[in-house]
Unconditional design. Structure first.
Length: 99
């Protein structure tokens, strides 16, 4: 069976108190979740610490990481629910890109 993969952009905002090692580990966990959902990353960019538009969980800053990925449309809701369960994430936004 052939599954159509869609392209997505995933913005992740992590707690600004994370060390580089813990940030790397947290991003690795997100990659593992994606892999278990059958997706793959084709581009990754770390933007670093930036000021938030509003306070989230007593944080005025967040560490931004952007992942461009491929994922089957039927796996998006499961992947999103798993991301919501990650307490280390302040927020995330998963957006479908035009093909």
């Amino acid at each position: 069976m052939f599954t159509i993969m869609n392209r997505y952009e995933l913005f992740l905002i992590f707690n600004p108190a994370l060390s580089d090692a813990k940030l790397s580990s947290a991003v690795g966990e997100v990659k593992e979740l994606l892999g278990s959902a059958g997706g793959d990353i084709y581009e990754e960019e770390t933007w670093g610490k930036r000021e938030l538009a509003y306070e989230i969980n007593n944080c005025r800053e967040g560490i931004y990481v952007v992942l461009n990925l491929n994922l089957a449309a039927d796996k998006v809701s499961v992947f999103s629910k798993e991301l919501q369960a990650k307490e280390i994430l302040l927020r995330f936004l998963l957006t479908k890109l035009e093909s």
